[in-house]
Design a protein around this ligand. Structure first.
Ligand SMILES: Nc1ncnc2c1ncn2[C@@H]1O[C@H](COP(=O)(O)OP(=O)(O)OP(=O)(O)O)[C@@H](O)[C@H]1O
Ligand SMILES: [Mg+2]
Length: 608
Protein backbone atom coordinates (compact mmCIF):
# COMPACT_ATOMS: atom_id res chain seq x y z
CA UNK A 1 0.00 0.00 0.00
CA UNK A 2 2.74 2.35 0.99
CA UNK A 3 4.58 1.40 -2.17
CA UNK A 4 1.55 2.04 -4.33
CA UNK A 5 1.15 5.40 -2.74
CA UNK A 6 4.75 6.40 -3.37
CA UNK A 7 5.38 4.79 -6.71
CA UNK A 8 1.96 4.97 -8.29
CA UNK A 9 -0.47 2.22 -9.14
CA UNK A 10 1.43 1.07 -12.23
CA UNK A 11 3.90 -0.72 -10.04
CA UNK A 12 1.37 -2.75 -8.05
CA UNK A 13 1.59 -5.82 -10.25
CA UNK A 14 5.36 -5.85 -9.94
CA UNK A 15 5.39 -5.56 -6.17
CA UNK A 16 2.86 -8.23 -5.38
CA UNK A 17 5.20 -11.21 -5.33
CA UNK A 18 7.78 -9.58 -3.10
CA UNK A 19 5.84 -8.90 0.08
CA UNK A 20 8.41 -10.66 2.24
CA UNK A 21 11.27 -8.64 0.84
CA UNK A 22 9.41 -5.42 1.54
CA UNK A 23 8.45 -6.61 4.97
CA UNK A 24 12.05 -7.56 5.78
CA UNK A 25 13.33 -4.24 4.52
CA UNK A 26 10.84 -2.33 6.62
CA UNK A 27 11.44 -4.50 9.66
CA UNK A 28 15.23 -4.19 9.77
CA UNK A 29 15.14 -0.53 8.86
CA UNK A 30 12.70 0.28 11.66
CA UNK A 31 14.77 -1.65 14.20
CA UNK A 32 17.86 0.19 13.12
CA UNK A 33 16.05 3.52 13.55
CA UNK A 34 14.93 2.61 17.06
CA UNK A 35 18.50 1.92 18.09
CA UNK A 36 19.53 5.40 17.04
CA UNK A 37 18.14 7.03 20.15
CA UNK A 38 20.22 4.99 22.61
CA UNK A 39 23.48 6.96 22.29
CA UNK A 40 21.53 10.21 22.76
CA UNK A 41 19.98 8.95 25.93
CA UNK A 42 23.34 7.79 27.25
CA UNK A 43 24.85 11.25 26.86
CA UNK A 44 23.04 12.53 29.92
CA UNK A 45 24.48 10.08 32.47
CA UNK A 46 27.76 10.17 30.59
CA UNK A 47 28.20 13.88 31.28
CA UNK A 48 26.24 14.40 34.47
CA UNK A 49 27.30 11.26 36.32
CA UNK A 50 30.43 10.13 34.60
CA UNK A 51 32.13 13.48 34.34
CA UNK A 52 30.54 16.04 36.59
CA UNK A 53 29.30 14.11 39.62
CA UNK A 54 31.33 14.21 42.73
CA UNK A 55 33.78 11.42 43.35
CA UNK A 56 32.36 8.52 45.22
CA UNK A 57 29.78 5.95 44.49
CA UNK A 58 27.39 6.53 41.63
CA UNK A 59 23.95 5.15 41.00
CA UNK A 60 22.55 5.01 37.48
CA UNK A 61 18.90 4.37 36.97
CA UNK A 62 16.68 4.45 33.91
CA UNK A 63 12.95 5.01 33.57
CA UNK A 64 10.99 1.80 33.43
CA UNK A 65 7.48 1.17 32.25
CA UNK A 66 5.69 -1.62 34.02
CA UNK A 67 2.17 -2.94 34.20
CA UNK A 68 0.30 -1.76 37.26
CA UNK A 69 -0.51 -4.60 39.52
CA UNK A 70 -4.12 -5.76 39.28
CA UNK A 71 -5.19 -3.65 36.29
CA UNK A 72 -5.43 -4.57 32.65
CA UNK A 73 -4.11 -1.56 30.82
CA UNK A 74 -2.68 0.66 33.52
CA UNK A 75 0.98 1.51 33.19
CA UNK A 76 3.25 2.78 35.79
CA UNK A 77 6.39 4.72 35.16
CA UNK A 78 8.98 3.91 37.72
CA UNK A 79 12.73 3.87 37.86
CA UNK A 80 14.93 0.90 37.68
CA UNK A 81 18.43 0.91 38.98
CA UNK A 82 21.01 -0.41 36.56
CA UNK A 83 24.26 0.31 38.31
CA UNK A 84 24.75 1.05 41.96
CA UNK A 85 27.79 2.07 43.96
CA UNK A 86 30.27 2.10 41.12
CA UNK A 87 33.01 4.61 40.42
CA UNK A 88 33.15 6.96 37.42
CA UNK A 89 35.47 4.81 35.35
CA UNK A 90 33.25 1.75 35.59
CA UNK A 91 30.20 3.80 34.65
CA UNK A 92 31.95 5.38 31.65
CA UNK A 93 33.21 2.03 30.42
CA UNK A 94 29.79 0.51 30.87
CA UNK A 95 28.02 3.33 29.02
CA UNK A 96 30.56 3.25 26.23
CA UNK A 97 30.04 -0.47 25.79
CA UNK A 98 26.26 -0.09 25.60
CA UNK A 99 26.59 2.78 23.13
CA UNK A 100 29.00 0.80 21.02
CA UNK A 101 26.79 -2.27 21.11
CA UNK A 102 23.73 -0.32 20.06
CA UNK A 103 25.61 1.35 17.20
CA UNK A 104 26.83 -2.03 16.04
CA UNK A 105 23.34 -3.51 16.10
CA UNK A 106 21.98 -0.46 14.37
CA UNK A 107 24.55 -0.79 11.60
CA UNK A 108 23.85 -4.47 11.16
CA UNK A 109 20.10 -3.92 10.91
CA UNK A 110 20.57 -1.01 8.58
CA UNK A 111 22.82 -3.16 6.37
CA UNK A 112 20.27 -5.98 6.25
CA UNK A 113 17.47 -3.54 5.56
CA UNK A 114 19.33 -1.90 2.68
CA UNK A 115 20.32 -5.27 1.25
CA UNK A 116 16.76 -6.53 1.20
CA UNK A 117 15.63 -3.22 -0.23
CA UNK A 118 18.19 -3.49 -3.00
CA UNK A 119 17.10 -7.06 -3.74
CA UNK A 120 13.51 -5.88 -3.96
CA UNK A 121 14.20 -2.98 -6.27
CA UNK A 122 16.50 -5.02 -8.50
CA UNK A 123 13.87 -7.73 -8.83
CA UNK A 124 11.15 -5.24 -9.67
CA UNK A 125 13.30 -3.36 -12.16
CA UNK A 126 14.45 -6.54 -13.82
CA UNK A 127 10.87 -7.59 -14.36
CA UNK A 128 10.09 -4.18 -15.82
CA UNK A 129 13.19 -4.47 -18.02
CA UNK A 130 12.02 -7.80 -19.43
CA UNK A 131 8.45 -6.60 -19.89
CA UNK A 132 9.69 -3.52 -21.70
CA UNK A 133 11.69 -5.65 -24.12
CA UNK A 134 8.68 -7.89 -24.63
CA UNK A 135 6.55 -4.83 -25.34
CA UNK A 136 9.05 -3.59 -27.89
CA UNK A 137 8.99 -6.95 -29.63
CA UNK A 138 5.22 -7.04 -29.81
CA UNK A 139 4.32 -3.45 -30.60
CA UNK A 140 2.91 -2.71 -34.04
CA UNK A 141 5.50 -1.60 -36.59
CA UNK A 142 3.89 1.84 -36.86
CA UNK A 143 4.90 2.65 -33.27
CA UNK A 144 8.57 2.56 -34.21
CA UNK A 145 8.12 5.00 -37.06
CA UNK A 146 6.91 7.65 -34.67
CA UNK A 147 9.93 7.18 -32.36
CA UNK A 148 13.63 7.45 -32.77
CA UNK A 149 15.39 4.15 -32.08
CA UNK A 150 18.24 5.63 -30.08
CA UNK A 151 15.85 7.64 -27.99
CA UNK A 152 13.86 4.54 -27.17
CA UNK A 153 16.97 2.62 -26.17
CA UNK A 154 18.17 5.58 -24.15
CA UNK A 155 14.88 5.82 -22.37
CA UNK A 156 14.87 2.19 -21.56
CA UNK A 157 18.42 2.31 -20.19
CA UNK A 158 18.59 5.56 -18.30
CA UNK A 159 15.09 5.44 -16.89
CA UNK A 160 15.54 1.87 -15.75
CA UNK A 161 18.78 2.69 -13.97
CA UNK A 162 17.07 5.59 -12.24
CA UNK A 163 14.38 3.19 -11.09
CA UNK A 164 16.95 0.67 -9.98
CA UNK A 165 18.79 3.17 -7.80
CA UNK A 166 15.91 5.13 -6.39
CA UNK A 167 13.39 2.49 -5.42
CA UNK A 168 15.47 0.89 -2.68
CA UNK A 169 16.79 4.23 -1.52
CA UNK A 170 13.25 5.51 -1.17
CA UNK A 171 11.89 2.35 0.38
CA UNK A 172 14.44 2.27 3.21
CA UNK A 173 14.49 6.03 3.61
CA UNK A 174 10.77 6.42 3.85
CA UNK A 175 10.80 4.17 6.92
CA UNK A 176 14.14 4.94 8.47
CA UNK A 177 13.98 8.71 8.53
CA UNK A 178 10.46 9.25 9.90
CA UNK A 179 10.98 6.60 12.59
CA UNK A 180 14.34 8.04 13.60
CA UNK A 181 12.84 11.53 13.72
CA UNK A 182 9.81 10.29 15.66
CA UNK A 183 11.92 8.44 18.20
CA UNK A 184 14.03 11.50 18.88
CA UNK A 185 10.98 13.74 19.08
CA UNK A 186 9.44 11.38 21.62
CA UNK A 187 12.67 11.46 23.54
CA UNK A 188 12.70 15.26 23.42
CA UNK A 189 9.09 15.45 24.56
CA UNK A 190 10.04 13.22 27.43
CA UNK A 191 13.01 15.39 28.32
CA UNK A 192 11.21 18.73 28.01
CA UNK A 193 7.94 18.97 26.16
CA UNK A 194 7.69 22.75 26.45
CA UNK A 195 11.02 23.37 24.80
CA UNK A 196 10.22 20.78 22.14
CA UNK A 197 6.90 22.37 21.33
CA UNK A 198 8.60 25.74 21.05
CA UNK A 199 10.83 24.33 18.36
CA UNK A 200 7.77 23.41 16.30
CA UNK A 201 7.80 26.98 14.95
CA UNK A 202 10.51 25.87 12.55
CA UNK A 203 8.27 23.30 10.92
CA UNK A 204 6.33 25.52 8.45
CA UNK A 205 9.57 27.06 7.23
CA UNK A 206 10.92 23.59 6.52
CA UNK A 207 7.76 22.46 4.80
CA UNK A 208 7.74 25.47 2.50
CA UNK A 209 11.35 24.97 1.47
CA UNK A 210 10.73 21.29 0.87
CA UNK A 211 7.80 21.86 -1.42
CA UNK A 212 9.60 24.43 -3.53
CA UNK A 213 12.66 22.25 -3.95
CA UNK A 214 10.61 19.16 -4.74
CA UNK A 215 8.83 20.93 -7.59
CA UNK A 216 12.01 22.31 -9.09
CA UNK A 217 13.86 19.02 -8.84
CA UNK A 218 11.10 17.12 -10.61
CA UNK A 219 10.97 19.62 -13.44
CA UNK A 220 14.71 19.59 -14.02
CA UNK A 221 15.03 15.83 -13.63
CA UNK A 222 12.53 15.34 -16.43
CA UNK A 223 14.45 17.69 -18.68
CA UNK A 224 17.73 15.94 -17.94
CA UNK A 225 16.26 12.56 -18.84
CA UNK A 226 14.83 13.95 -22.06
CA UNK A 227 18.16 15.39 -23.07
CA UNK A 228 20.03 12.23 -22.18
CA UNK A 229 17.69 10.25 -24.41
CA UNK A 230 18.26 12.71 -27.26
CA UNK A 231 22.00 12.31 -26.94
CA UNK A 232 21.82 8.56 -27.00
CA UNK A 233 19.74 8.93 -30.16
CA UNK A 234 22.65 10.91 -31.68
CA UNK A 235 25.09 8.15 -30.81
CA UNK A 236 22.86 5.57 -32.38
CA UNK A 237 22.35 7.61 -35.52
CA UNK A 238 26.05 8.40 -35.90
CA UNK A 239 27.00 4.75 -35.59
CA UNK A 240 24.36 3.49 -38.02
CA UNK A 241 25.02 6.27 -40.55
CA UNK A 242 28.79 6.42 -40.16
CA UNK A 243 29.45 5.75 -43.85
CA UNK A 244 27.30 8.67 -44.93
CA UNK A 245 28.76 11.00 -42.33
CA UNK A 246 32.33 10.22 -43.35
CA UNK A 247 31.52 10.05 -47.03
CA UNK A 248 30.04 13.53 -46.96
CA UNK A 249 32.78 14.76 -44.60
CA UNK A 250 30.22 15.86 -42.05
CA UNK A 251 32.19 14.73 -38.98
CA UNK A 252 32.81 18.32 -37.94
CA UNK A 253 29.17 19.30 -38.28
CA UNK A 254 27.93 16.23 -36.43
CA UNK A 255 30.46 16.79 -33.67
CA UNK A 256 29.44 20.41 -33.30
CA UNK A 257 25.80 19.51 -33.08
CA UNK A 258 26.61 16.85 -30.53
CA UNK A 259 28.75 19.28 -28.59
CA UNK A 260 25.95 21.84 -28.49
CA UNK A 261 23.53 19.29 -27.20
CA UNK A 262 26.04 17.96 -24.69
CA UNK A 263 26.60 21.47 -23.39
CA UNK A 264 22.85 21.88 -23.15
CA UNK A 265 22.69 18.64 -21.17
CA UNK A 266 25.46 19.89 -18.91
CA UNK A 267 23.50 23.06 -18.21
CA UNK A 268 20.38 21.12 -17.44
CA UNK A 269 22.18 18.72 -15.14
CA UNK A 270 23.74 21.64 -13.30
CA UNK A 271 20.33 23.24 -12.88
CA UNK A 272 19.09 19.99 -11.44
CA UNK A 273 22.10 19.75 -9.10
CA UNK A 274 21.58 23.34 -7.98
CA UNK A 275 18.22 22.44 -6.56
CA UNK A 276 19.02 18.86 -5.62
CA UNK A 277 22.16 19.68 -3.66
CA UNK A 278 21.05 23.09 -2.43
CA UNK A 279 18.42 21.65 -0.19
CA UNK A 280 20.80 19.95 2.25
CA UNK A 281 22.96 22.97 3.17
CA UNK A 282 19.90 25.24 3.37
CA UNK A 283 18.23 22.90 5.83
CA UNK A 284 21.50 22.68 7.75
CA UNK A 285 21.60 26.43 8.24
CA UNK A 286 17.96 26.52 9.23
CA UNK A 287 18.47 23.77 11.75
CA UNK A 288 21.58 25.41 13.11
CA UNK A 289 19.38 28.23 14.35
CA UNK A 290 17.86 25.82 16.80
CA UNK A 291 21.12 25.27 18.69
CA UNK A 292 21.50 28.70 20.36
CA UNK A 293 17.76 28.74 21.08
CA UNK A 294 17.99 25.39 22.82
CA UNK A 295 21.12 26.30 24.72
CA UNK A 296 19.80 29.58 26.04
CA UNK A 297 16.26 28.50 26.80
CA UNK A 298 17.41 25.16 28.20
CA UNK A 299 19.83 26.66 30.62
CA UNK A 300 18.18 29.96 31.57
CA UNK A 301 14.48 29.19 31.46
CA UNK A 302 14.31 25.49 32.24
CA UNK A 303 17.47 25.07 34.30
CA UNK A 304 18.62 21.77 32.77
CA UNK A 305 21.89 20.17 33.78
CA UNK A 306 24.78 20.28 31.33
CA UNK A 307 24.35 16.59 30.52
CA UNK A 308 20.69 17.12 29.79
CA UNK A 309 21.39 20.10 27.54
CA UNK A 310 24.03 18.25 25.56
CA UNK A 311 21.68 15.33 25.20
CA UNK A 312 18.85 17.62 24.04
CA UNK A 313 21.00 19.47 21.51
CA UNK A 314 22.26 16.15 20.22
CA UNK A 315 18.72 14.85 19.91
CA UNK A 316 17.58 17.99 18.14
CA UNK A 317 20.37 17.69 15.62
CA UNK A 318 19.30 14.07 15.11
CA UNK A 319 15.75 15.13 14.33
CA UNK A 320 16.85 17.50 11.61
CA UNK A 321 19.05 14.92 9.93
CA UNK A 322 16.23 12.57 9.06
CA UNK A 323 13.92 15.43 8.15
CA UNK A 324 16.55 16.70 5.75
CA UNK A 325 16.99 13.26 4.26
CA UNK A 326 13.26 12.88 4.01
CA UNK A 327 13.26 16.03 1.92
CA UNK A 328 15.90 14.54 -0.36
CA UNK A 329 13.74 11.46 -0.60
CA UNK A 330 10.94 13.68 -1.70
CA UNK A 331 13.22 14.84 -4.51
CA UNK A 332 14.09 11.26 -5.30
CA UNK A 333 10.44 10.32 -5.49
CA UNK A 334 9.85 13.10 -7.99
CA UNK A 335 12.84 12.00 -10.08
CA UNK A 336 11.64 8.41 -9.96
CA UNK A 337 8.11 9.34 -10.91
CA UNK A 338 9.41 11.08 -14.02
CA UNK A 339 11.29 7.97 -15.11
CA UNK A 340 8.43 5.64 -14.30
CA UNK A 341 5.99 7.79 -16.23
CA UNK A 342 8.08 7.42 -19.36
CA UNK A 343 8.60 3.68 -18.95
CA UNK A 344 4.98 2.89 -18.23
CA UNK A 345 3.90 5.06 -21.12
CA UNK A 346 5.59 2.53 -23.39
CA UNK A 347 4.43 -0.46 -21.37
CA UNK A 348 0.85 0.73 -21.60
CA UNK A 349 0.91 1.42 -25.32
CA UNK A 350 -1.38 -1.17 -26.82
CA UNK A 351 -0.37 -2.84 -30.04
CA UNK A 352 -2.64 -1.67 -32.80
CA UNK A 353 -2.50 -5.11 -34.34
CA UNK A 354 -5.01 -6.93 -32.21
CA UNK A 355 -5.73 -10.62 -31.94
CA UNK A 356 -9.29 -11.58 -32.65
CA UNK A 357 -11.47 -12.97 -29.87
CA UNK A 358 -12.87 -15.75 -32.06
CA UNK A 359 -9.93 -17.05 -34.03
CA UNK A 360 -10.31 -19.15 -37.13
CA UNK A 361 -7.66 -21.82 -37.47
CA UNK A 362 -6.51 -22.26 -41.02
CA UNK A 363 -5.02 -25.72 -41.42
CA UNK A 364 -3.19 -25.13 -44.64
CA UNK A 365 -3.33 -22.47 -47.26
CA UNK A 366 -4.51 -24.03 -50.49
CA UNK A 367 -6.95 -21.83 -52.29
CA UNK A 368 -6.34 -18.11 -52.75
CA UNK A 369 -5.23 -14.75 -51.42
CA UNK A 370 -7.79 -12.08 -52.05
CA UNK A 371 -7.66 -8.30 -51.61
CA UNK A 372 -11.18 -6.91 -51.34
CA UNK A 373 -11.39 -3.17 -51.84
CA UNK A 374 -8.43 -2.52 -49.55
CA UNK A 375 -7.72 1.02 -48.39
CA UNK A 376 -4.75 1.90 -46.27
CA UNK A 377 -2.97 5.02 -45.04
CA UNK A 378 -0.07 5.50 -42.60
CA UNK A 379 -2.08 8.41 -41.25
CA UNK A 380 -5.80 8.85 -41.30
CA UNK A 381 -6.31 11.36 -44.09
CA UNK A 382 -3.64 10.19 -46.45
CA UNK A 383 -4.41 6.99 -48.27
CA UNK A 384 -1.41 5.21 -49.73
CA UNK A 385 -3.53 2.34 -51.09
CA UNK A 386 -6.95 3.10 -52.53
CA UNK A 387 -9.46 0.40 -53.27
CA UNK A 388 -7.13 -2.46 -54.16
CA UNK A 389 -8.85 -5.66 -55.29
CA UNK A 390 -7.28 -8.77 -56.78
CA UNK A 391 -6.98 -12.52 -56.34
CA UNK A 392 -3.97 -14.80 -56.50
CA UNK A 393 -4.61 -18.52 -56.60
CA UNK A 394 -2.48 -20.87 -54.52
CA UNK A 395 0.67 -21.88 -56.39
CA UNK A 396 0.52 -18.90 -58.70
CA UNK A 397 3.03 -16.14 -58.99
CA UNK A 398 1.97 -12.52 -59.05
CA UNK A 399 4.21 -9.63 -59.96
CA UNK A 400 3.54 -6.08 -58.89
CA UNK A 401 5.17 -3.29 -60.83
CA UNK A 402 4.88 0.47 -60.57
CA UNK A 403 6.88 3.62 -60.07
CA UNK A 404 8.67 4.34 -56.87
CA UNK A 405 6.39 5.43 -54.04
CA UNK A 406 3.36 3.79 -55.66
CA UNK A 407 2.68 1.69 -52.57
CA UNK A 408 4.12 -1.69 -53.58
CA UNK A 409 6.06 -2.39 -50.36
CA UNK A 410 3.12 -1.11 -48.35
CA UNK A 411 0.82 -3.60 -50.08
CA UNK A 412 3.11 -6.49 -49.15
CA UNK A 413 3.32 -5.28 -45.54
CA UNK A 414 -0.44 -5.64 -45.16
CA UNK A 415 -0.44 -9.39 -45.78
CA UNK A 416 1.49 -10.45 -42.62
CA UNK A 417 -0.39 -7.67 -40.78
CA UNK A 418 2.54 -5.37 -40.09
CA UNK A 419 -0.23 -2.86 -40.57
CA UNK A 420 -3.96 -3.41 -40.62
CA UNK A 421 -6.08 -2.26 -43.53
CA UNK A 422 -8.07 0.92 -42.95
CA UNK A 423 -11.02 -0.25 -45.02
CA UNK A 424 -11.84 -3.43 -46.90
CA UNK A 425 -10.31 -6.82 -46.14
CA UNK A 426 -7.60 -9.26 -47.08
CA UNK A 427 -8.76 -12.86 -47.23
CA UNK A 428 -6.80 -16.08 -47.06
CA UNK A 429 -8.84 -19.01 -48.35
CA UNK A 430 -11.89 -16.85 -47.75
CA UNK A 431 -11.01 -15.99 -44.13
CA UNK A 432 -10.26 -12.42 -43.09
CA UNK A 433 -6.62 -12.38 -42.00
CA UNK A 434 -7.67 -10.44 -38.91
CA UNK A 435 -9.54 -13.55 -37.76
CA UNK A 436 -6.51 -15.81 -38.05
CA UNK A 437 -4.19 -15.95 -35.01
CA UNK A 438 -1.22 -13.73 -35.77
CA UNK A 439 1.32 -16.49 -35.19
CA UNK A 440 -0.49 -18.91 -37.52
CA UNK A 441 -0.80 -16.27 -40.19
CA UNK A 442 2.85 -15.29 -40.08
CA UNK A 443 3.97 -18.90 -40.00
CA UNK A 444 2.41 -19.41 -43.43
CA UNK A 445 4.18 -16.39 -44.86
CA UNK A 446 7.83 -15.77 -45.57
CA UNK A 447 9.13 -12.32 -46.25
CA UNK A 448 12.12 -11.04 -48.14
CA UNK A 449 12.23 -7.31 -47.56
CA UNK A 450 13.44 -4.67 -49.97
CA UNK A 451 16.45 -3.76 -47.85
CA UNK A 452 17.85 -7.00 -46.58
CA UNK A 453 18.06 -7.18 -42.80
CA UNK A 454 20.52 -9.70 -41.40
CA UNK A 455 21.73 -10.29 -37.85
CA UNK A 456 25.37 -10.06 -36.86
CA UNK A 457 25.75 -13.83 -36.54
CA UNK A 458 26.94 -16.77 -38.60
CA UNK A 459 25.45 -17.38 -42.02
CA UNK A 460 23.94 -20.68 -40.84
CA UNK A 461 22.25 -19.01 -37.86
CA UNK A 462 20.89 -16.26 -40.07
CA UNK A 463 19.32 -18.77 -42.39
CA UNK A 464 18.00 -20.78 -39.45
CA UNK A 465 16.56 -17.69 -37.76
CA UNK A 466 12.90 -18.61 -38.15
CA UNK A 467 13.38 -22.27 -37.24
CA UNK A 468 16.19 -22.88 -34.78
CA UNK A 469 15.54 -26.61 -34.73
CA UNK A 470 16.48 -27.12 -38.39
CA UNK A 471 19.55 -29.20 -39.07
CA UNK A 472 22.56 -28.22 -41.10
CA UNK A 473 21.21 -30.38 -43.96
CA UNK A 474 18.04 -28.29 -44.07
CA UNK A 475 20.12 -25.12 -44.07
CA UNK A 476 22.23 -26.33 -46.98
CA UNK A 477 19.15 -27.47 -48.85
CA UNK A 478 17.47 -24.06 -48.74
CA UNK A 479 20.77 -22.33 -49.42
CA UNK A 480 21.07 -24.40 -52.60
CA UNK A 481 17.49 -23.56 -53.50
CA UNK A 482 18.32 -19.87 -53.10
CA UNK A 483 21.54 -20.40 -55.10
CA UNK A 484 23.53 -19.23 -52.12
CA UNK A 485 25.41 -22.43 -51.34
CA UNK A 486 28.33 -21.82 -53.67
CA UNK A 487 29.30 -18.38 -52.49
CA UNK A 488 28.75 -19.39 -48.87
CA UNK A 489 31.29 -22.20 -49.32
CA UNK A 490 33.76 -19.64 -50.62
CA UNK A 491 33.57 -17.65 -47.37
CA UNK A 492 36.48 -18.11 -44.93
CA UNK A 493 34.51 -20.30 -42.52
CA UNK A 494 31.74 -21.39 -44.85
CA UNK A 495 28.39 -21.49 -43.09
CA UNK A 496 30.03 -20.50 -39.82
CA UNK A 497 31.28 -17.17 -41.16
CA UNK A 498 30.07 -14.23 -39.11
CA UNK A 499 28.68 -11.66 -41.47
CA UNK A 500 29.18 -8.41 -39.54
CA UNK A 501 26.66 -5.84 -38.44
CA UNK A 502 23.61 -6.05 -40.72
CA UNK A 503 25.67 -8.23 -43.04
CA UNK A 504 28.23 -5.61 -44.05
CA UNK A 505 30.73 -8.27 -45.01
CA UNK A 506 28.58 -9.49 -47.91
CA UNK A 507 27.56 -7.98 -51.22
CA UNK A 508 23.99 -6.81 -51.82
CA UNK A 509 23.15 -9.79 -54.03
CA UNK A 510 24.64 -12.25 -51.55
CA UNK A 511 22.67 -10.73 -48.72
CA UNK A 512 19.45 -11.04 -50.63
CA UNK A 513 20.07 -14.68 -51.47
CA UNK A 514 20.70 -15.44 -47.80
CA UNK A 515 17.46 -13.64 -47.01
CA UNK A 516 15.64 -15.83 -49.54
CA UNK A 517 17.14 -18.96 -47.99
CA UNK A 518 16.03 -17.71 -44.57
CA UNK A 519 12.51 -17.18 -45.91
CA UNK A 520 12.35 -20.67 -47.33
CA UNK A 521 13.52 -22.61 -44.29
CA UNK A 522 10.18 -22.40 -42.50
CA UNK A 523 8.52 -24.05 -45.51
CA UNK A 524 6.05 -21.23 -46.01
CA UNK A 525 3.01 -21.43 -48.25
CA UNK A 526 3.34 -17.84 -49.35
CA UNK A 527 6.49 -15.98 -50.28
CA UNK A 528 6.44 -12.20 -50.31
CA UNK A 529 9.47 -10.97 -52.16
CA UNK A 530 10.25 -7.28 -52.34
CA UNK A 531 13.07 -7.18 -54.84
CA UNK A 532 15.86 -4.76 -54.10
CA UNK A 533 15.38 -1.83 -56.44
CA UNK A 534 19.11 -1.24 -56.62
CA UNK A 535 20.78 -2.73 -59.62
CA UNK A 536 22.67 -5.90 -58.87
CA UNK A 537 25.50 -7.09 -61.06
CA UNK A 538 24.36 -9.20 -63.99
CA UNK A 539 25.51 -12.41 -62.34
CA UNK A 540 23.63 -11.88 -59.06
CA UNK A 541 20.64 -10.68 -60.99
CA UNK A 542 20.53 -13.84 -63.05
CA UNK A 543 20.96 -15.99 -59.95
CA UNK A 544 17.99 -14.44 -58.21
CA UNK A 545 15.89 -14.90 -61.32
CA UNK A 546 16.85 -18.55 -61.38
CA UNK A 547 15.95 -18.84 -57.74
CA UNK A 548 12.50 -17.44 -58.37
CA UNK A 549 12.04 -19.68 -61.38
CA UNK A 550 12.94 -22.70 -59.27
CA UNK A 551 10.45 -21.74 -56.60
CA UNK A 552 7.61 -21.06 -58.99
CA UNK A 553 4.84 -23.57 -58.64
CA UNK A 554 6.15 -24.82 -55.29
CA UNK A 555 4.52 -22.01 -53.35
CA UNK A 556 2.45 -18.90 -53.86
CA UNK A 557 4.64 -15.93 -54.68
CA UNK A 558 3.88 -12.25 -54.70
CA UNK A 559 6.89 -10.38 -55.95
CA UNK A 560 7.43 -6.66 -56.21
CA UNK A 561 9.31 -6.82 -59.47
CA UNK A 562 12.17 -4.67 -60.55
CA UNK A 563 13.51 -7.26 -62.96
CA UNK A 564 12.22 -8.30 -66.31
CA UNK A 565 12.34 -12.04 -65.77
CA UNK A 566 10.23 -11.83 -62.62
CA UNK A 567 7.59 -10.29 -64.79
CA UNK A 568 8.03 -12.73 -67.64
CA UNK A 569 7.51 -15.66 -65.27
CA UNK A 570 4.49 -14.25 -63.49
CA UNK A 571 1.02 -15.69 -63.97
CA UNK A 572 -0.54 -12.37 -63.22
CA UNK A 573 0.83 -8.84 -63.25
CA UNK A 574 -0.59 -5.81 -61.47
CA UNK A 575 0.47 -2.26 -62.24
CA UNK A 576 0.21 -0.03 -59.21
CA UNK A 577 0.25 3.74 -59.53
CA UNK A 578 -0.50 6.24 -56.75
CA UNK A 579 -2.00 3.49 -54.64
CA UNK A 580 -4.37 2.19 -57.29
CA UNK A 581 -4.22 -0.80 -59.58
CA UNK A 582 -4.34 0.71 -63.02
CA UNK A 583 -3.89 -2.48 -65.00
CA UNK A 584 -3.99 -6.14 -64.12
CA UNK A 585 -3.74 -9.28 -66.20
CA UNK A 586 -1.30 -11.67 -67.88
CA UNK A 587 1.79 -10.37 -69.63
CA UNK A 588 0.15 -10.95 -73.01
CA UNK A 589 -3.03 -9.10 -72.06
CA UNK A 590 -1.14 -6.15 -70.71
CA UNK A 591 1.20 -5.84 -73.65
CA UNK A 592 -1.75 -6.02 -76.00
CA UNK A 593 -3.46 -3.22 -74.14
CA UNK A 594 -0.62 -0.90 -74.96
CA UNK A 595 -1.27 1.09 -71.80
CA UNK A 596 0.71 1.95 -68.70
CA UNK A 597 2.37 -1.45 -68.47
CA UNK A 598 3.70 -1.53 -71.98
CA UNK A 599 5.01 1.98 -71.42
CA UNK A 600 6.86 0.93 -68.22
CA UNK A 601 7.95 -2.24 -69.94
CA UNK A 602 9.53 -0.44 -72.85
CA UNK A 603 10.99 2.21 -70.55
CA UNK A 604 12.57 -0.03 -67.97
CA UNK A 605 13.20 -3.27 -69.63
CA UNK A 606 14.09 -2.55 -73.20
CA UNK A 607 17.77 -2.37 -72.46
CA UNK A 608 17.80 -5.97 -71.25
N1 LIG B 1 6.27 4.34 -42.39
C1 LIG B 1 5.71 5.21 -43.21
N2 LIG B 1 5.04 6.26 -42.70
C2 LIG B 1 4.44 7.14 -43.52
N3 LIG B 1 4.45 7.05 -44.83
C3 LIG B 1 5.08 6.03 -45.43
C4 LIG B 1 5.75 5.06 -44.63
N4 LIG B 1 6.30 4.15 -45.46
C5 LIG B 1 5.99 4.55 -46.72
N5 LIG B 1 5.27 5.67 -46.71
C6 LIG B 1 4.70 6.36 -47.88
O1 LIG B 1 3.84 5.48 -48.55
C7 LIG B 1 3.98 5.60 -49.97
C8 LIG B 1 4.24 4.25 -50.58
O2 LIG B 1 5.47 3.74 -50.11
P1 LIG B 1 6.01 2.32 -50.51
O3 LIG B 1 7.23 2.06 -49.75
O4 LIG B 1 4.91 1.34 -50.42
O5 LIG B 1 6.37 2.55 -52.05
P2 LIG B 1 7.00 1.51 -53.08
O6 LIG B 1 6.02 1.38 -54.17
O7 LIG B 1 7.43 0.30 -52.39
O8 LIG B 1 8.26 2.32 -53.62
P3 LIG B 1 9.69 1.74 -54.06
O9 LIG B 1 9.53 1.21 -55.46
O10 LIG B 1 10.55 2.93 -54.07
O11 LIG B 1 10.10 0.72 -53.08
C9 LIG B 1 5.10 6.59 -50.19
O12 LIG B 1 4.50 7.80 -50.58
C10 LIG B 1 5.78 6.73 -48.87
O13 LIG B 1 6.18 8.06 -48.68
MG1 LIG C 1 9.24 -0.48 -51.87
Amino acid sequence: MLITWILGKDIVGYVRGHKWLIFGTLFFTSISSLFAVIPAYLLKPFVDLGMLAKEGTITWEIPWISLKQGTLLGFEISKRVILQGVDQRTLLTFLTLIAFGSVLLRSLCSYLGSLLGAAFSTKVVNKVRIDLFERFLNLHIGFFHGMKTGELVGRANSDLSVMQGKISEILTGIIEHPITAAVFILYLLYMNYKLTLLMVIFVPAFAGVLKLFGKKVKKHAEKVQENTAELSQRYHEAITCIKIIQGFSQEEKELNRFREEAVELYKRIMKWYRWHLGLGPLMDSLSFLSIPVTLILGRVVFGHTLGEIISIVFAFSKVYGPVKKLALINNNIKTLQGSMKRIFEILHTPSEIMETKQPVYLQSFNNRIEFKDVWFGYDKDNFVLKGISFKVMAGEMMAIVGSTGAGKSTLLDLIPRFYDVSKGAILLDGEDIRDIPLKDLRKKIAIVTQDTILFNDTIANNIRYGAKEKTMEDVIEVARLALAHEFIMEQPQGYETIIGDRGVKLSGGQRQRIAIARALITRPSILLLDEAASALDAESDRMIQETIEQLKGKLTIIVVAHRISSILNADIIAVLEHGEIVEIGTLKDLLKKNGRFSYLYSLQFNQH
